[in-house]
Design a protein around this ligand. Sequence first.
Ligand code: OSB
Ligand code: MG
Length: 371
Amino acid sequence: MKIERLELRLLKLPLVHFFETSFGRIDDKHFILVRADGEGATGYGECVAEQDPYYSSETNETAWHIITDFIAPRVLGATFSHPRELFPALKAIRGHHMAKAAVEMAAWDLYARQRGEPLSRVLGGARPNIVSGVSIGIQRSLDELVAKVERELAAGYRRIKIKIKPGWDLTAVEAVRAKFGDIPLMVDANAAYTLADADRLAELDRFNLMMIEQPLDYDDIADHAVLQRRLQTPICLDESIKTCGIARDAIAAAACRIINIKPGRVGGFSESIRLHDLCASHGIPVWHGGMLESGIGRAHNLHLSTLANFRLPGDIAASRRYYAEDLIDPAIDVQPDGTVLLPEHGPGIGVHIVEDRVARATLRHLEVRPS
Ligand code: OSB
Ligand code: MG
């Protein structure tokens, strides 16, 4: 396969409701959409970098810079026999996994479309649908939180995750358990605590949570290992797992019992598959994380989630939870049983992209061809 042209767009989509985590609140989602053309076909990739370097060190501006100045010259006009060759071809560029993943995932979509196959099959997945959970941000009040949980359970979602931070943790979990009993429930701290909070985090044990996601620092393994020894609740790592090597070290240190996979965090699909396989070989279940993607990135996530070791519900909910009007039509929806079907509108990611919605959401646009 050959990528003859790359197109970058910086888009802005309004969120139906603000999304708040321990690191901040956003009202709109700003992200880069990558389009790759080659040999008569087109592939798309959605970059999961955000406006601010709060979830990870990358931002939309760093990703734009790295893609245009460093990634594009290495992939444009080059011939690859398989998209798994892209990540190694970008080895000279250290880090910047979200920038790399956006281009690499567009290459996978392009490759699948050239072969006329669904992306899931090319990735090695088999399931026709995936089990979906929701991620509920920090709310203005416990009443609002409980109302949201009620609505999502009624929609069929099979696991509830609530965001926590110091001051919005035990009371929030307690309110949800008091109202809904023993539903599949977990929390995500997005690195808001330190080991000094271990006693407080251990109090969560009495709520029988499925897991606590990323309680400690975004770069930490060692303290998580200490904390995991103190807790009955399994720790799931998100932010900390930036490479397969780090995952290997985290598993060896028993710093977590579950891992969340986001392709953008590890540099794309080929590294995600390696991480998935590494976890499987150690008996560590994985689930697919989300970054408030539009329907385009959400479709990529659905396809990857069909791999066998995605054994827990993923953060891949219906488009309408985030966007009144998604970039794809039909939008992604949840079934009453809490599953989401793989989109099947053609090969690759299998969605129909509404070009004029993309054009209306575009803040900046750039076309790159081989020099
Ligand atoms: O930690 O999983 C996270 C959104 C932005 C940044 C980090 C995270 C999240 C989510 C949203 O939890 C999950 C989703 O896309 O539904
Ligand atoms: Mg998380």
